[in-house]
Design a protein. Structure first.
Length: 208
């Protein structure tokens, strides 16, 4: 990913928080048949190293790539929006797009441990039940869980390289930047409010 210095994000806690907030990512692999991309929910662990987990349907052939290969790319995207020159103090400009994205170069392994597979499934469900405030309990008959488990494949991803790009008008003049910030502060959509939040979180000192 092309990441100009002004939009590069290096703060690991913020990057991990971003992934937890936008955990539905894209897994990109490459084989003799070409590029293959699919979309999955991910769990993130950040202890001594960043590790992510997801599961694929066994009928989805992408998992077979990891039987003899490891390298892959994970992509997470967050709030984004069209930026009109109408927002700027200086009108002699062109439109652009503000956006947030994290790319993770990873090595992945198939999880064979059945007990770990079941623990991960419970964690995955509990995590998203909590964030969605639905509070459904993962309390299913053992036979039913085993049948479901046999139809999926779990993957563990070890992160080798992080590219985080939060392109949020940091390259503009202060007056233009503040105009964009103010524009999104007045909008009601969740996406626009999230963009406003990340502009505040990543605001360069020269804009304050």
């Amino acid at each position: 990913m092309y990441v100009p210095s002004y939009s590069e994000q290096k703060e690991l806690p913020l990057i991990c928080s971003f992934i937890n907030e936008y955990p539905f990512g894209t897994l990109v692999t490459h084989s003799d048949l070409g590029l293959n991309a699919n979309h999955y929910p991910f769990l993130l662990d950040n202890n001594e190293e960043i590790v992510l987990w997801t599961h694929l349907a066994k009928n989805n052939p992408q998992w077979k790539y990891f039987q003899d290969k490891k390298e892959c790319l994970l992509i997470f995207t967050g709030p984004h929006a069209y930026i009109s020159p109408a927002f700027y103090e200086n009108k002699l400009n062109v439109p652009t797009w503000n956006y947030t994205a994290v790319h993770l170069n990873c090595e992945a392994d198939i999880v064979d441990d059945i007990k770990l597979q079941q623990q991960l499934m419970k964690r995955l469900v509990e995590n998203f039940e909590e964030t969605s405030q639905t509070n459904w309990q993962f309390d299913l008959p053992e036979e039913f869980v085993q049948k479901l488990s046999s139809a999926i494949v779990w993957l563990k991803f070890k992160v080798k390289k992080v590219d985080a790009k939060f392109k949020l008008s940091q390259n503009r003049e202060k007056a233009d930047y503040l105009k964009v910030l103010n524009e999104f502060s007045t909008r009601d959509s969740d996406n626009d409010q999230e963009l406003f939040k990340y502009m505040n979180l990543t605001m360069p000192s020269k804009m304050k």
